[in-house]
Design a protein around this ligand. Sequence first.
Ligand code: GLP
Length: 263
Amino acid sequence: MKVIIRQTKAEASVWAARYIASKINEKAAQTDKPFVLGLPTGSTPIDTYQELIRMNKAGEVSFKNVITFNMDEYVGIAEDHPESYHSFMYNNLFNHIDIPRENIHILNGNAADLKKECADYEKAILAAGGIDLFLGGVGEDGHIAFNEPFSSLKSRTRVVTLTQDTIEVNSRFFGGDTSLVPKQAMSVGVGTVCDSKEVLILSFSEKKARATQAAIEGPMTHVITLSALQMHENGIVVLDEGAASLLSEENKAYFKAVEEAEA
Ligand code: GLP
């Protein structure tokens, strides 16, 4: 696992956006095949999306040949609800870049057959050639996508039941009212994320420090699903100082040395 630490969320986000753009451009220079990008919602990726939008407008990266798959969506929330992950993605990224609409995939939380919707999503990822890079955030309890503690580290796309902790944390988007937060969601699995050629996880602020420390310095465990990244050959975690605050000084120095040596 590579660990990149920057002082602020803003600097870390710019690093992540430029990394993603460089990967898109690298593939475009080699082949006509689309770049397949996995994407998260949440407050964490917003600055990264803003930098990608800026780069797109400046002609530094194009999304014309990019196919996206979002990580998750609430079950039973209207697609045009302001807090649906559909709304989030269009408002924060897709409406501002040159991606063709037909290249965008987001799980349908209102599908008549949710199981089939999940199975079809996995098939669509395979049909697109697999995910080149999955960008993700992390929950305060260490979950990736909506893979709550005790999710199988081999899990695939499925319907999940949110923990009370996640419902409380996410209630800030629903006027602080936990009763308005959907209790279930659909989510790619830990296995789905880890099958990607590369995984880039962003973790910002002290609220994420405990989970981040456990996932990086602790053992791999289904209690902290981010820790599954330890088994990935191309896993990168990008942190600001807050999220890195519980890592040992020795490890932080080593991560910095690795970054400098490989620059
Ligand atoms: C939700 C999403 C995750 C996201 C997490 C953290 O649980 N399903 O994909 O990583 O929230 O959100 P935030 O970035 O707002 O801290």
